[in-house]
Design a protein around this ligand. Structure first.
Ligand code: ZN
Length: 255
């Protein structure tokens, strides 16, 4: 396995990035913790306070009380991310796009921070959806999230569609809800043609998303993993750096 976090490793990562022209950035929660958004799966995160089993898609659909609990949890999550700003790591990814090196971003994050950092929306594949819009599950009417949160602030505990009375849900992928097949397919296609997969802050344990970097590697791309903790794919990677994403990328790309 690659040696960790030494100077040689940083140079190797730099060399791989500078020799690549079609970089697929694969980002996860660890990228956004540096913007103050907690990793919901970490100890003290939202899933140590709420039981994820209460929020399976089928339950949210079937049961009004489950929906009420869902909106309470989801509102709490939204509060942590609505005003968050992109950090050095996000800005480095924007720089990769400015340098003409970015093929696309496949992100597990729902926080809109790649867009806020200035990356082109058409380069961002949000495989777990986005928290910044809400849709009616029946008629597909869509709202900005802030508008629905305003209803909730005014005392509505379970918002309903004002056009058809249908169930409203943020456009995030819930437990037990299938990933959008078009996005997943696009991500796989990109993984097939990228020359470098740069994993930023993902522990690579949530499937099928985590299979994307593996697929890139299988198809001949190099693989760099920058994540605080070990991942099941470290053994496959060309370089593993267990350091702050922002600091590493700043050292590689300049401030
Ligand atoms: Zn509707």
């Amino acid at each position: 396995m690659a040696e960790l976090s030494n100077h040689g490793n940083l140079n190797r990562a730099k060399e791989l990035i500078f020799n690549s022209n079609k970089i697929l950035v694969f980002s996860g929660a660890g990228l956004s913790t540096e913007s103050g958004i907690p990793d919901f799966r970490s100890p003290g995160g939202i899933w140590s306070k709420y039981d994820p089993n209460d929020f399976y898609f089928d339950r949210i659909i079937a049961d009004e009380r489950a929906r009420e609990k869902y909106w309470k949890m989801s509102t709490e999550m939204w509060e942590t991310m609505k005003d968050a700003r992109p950090n050095k790591g996000h800005l480095a990814v924007k720089k990769l796009e400015d340098m003409g090196k970015l093929l696309c971003i496949v992100t597990q994050n729902i926080d809109n921070l790649h867009q806020k950092a200035g990356n082109s929306p058409e380069k961002i594949i949000e495989i777990h959806g986005t928290a910044i819009t809400v849709s009616c599950l029946s008629c597909r009417k869509k709202w900005p999230r802030a508008e629905i949160q305003e209803w909730i602030k005014q005392g509505i505990r379970v918002p309903q569609c004002d056009r058809c009375g249908g169930i409203l849900k943020p456009d995030t992928i819930s437990f037990g809800q299938a990933m959008p097949p078009d996005k997943l397919e696009l991500a796989y296609r990109m993984a097939q043609v990228c020359d470098l997969c740069l994993v930023l802050g993902s522990s690579l344990v949530v499937y099928p998303a985590a299979d994307i970097p593996h697929h890139a590697k299988r198809n001949g791309a190099n693989l760099i993993i920058i994540n605080r903790d070990p991942t099941p794919m470290d053994g496959l990677a060309d370089v593993v750096l267990r350091e702050s994403i922002g600091n590493v990328l700043e050292q590689i790309l300049g401030g």
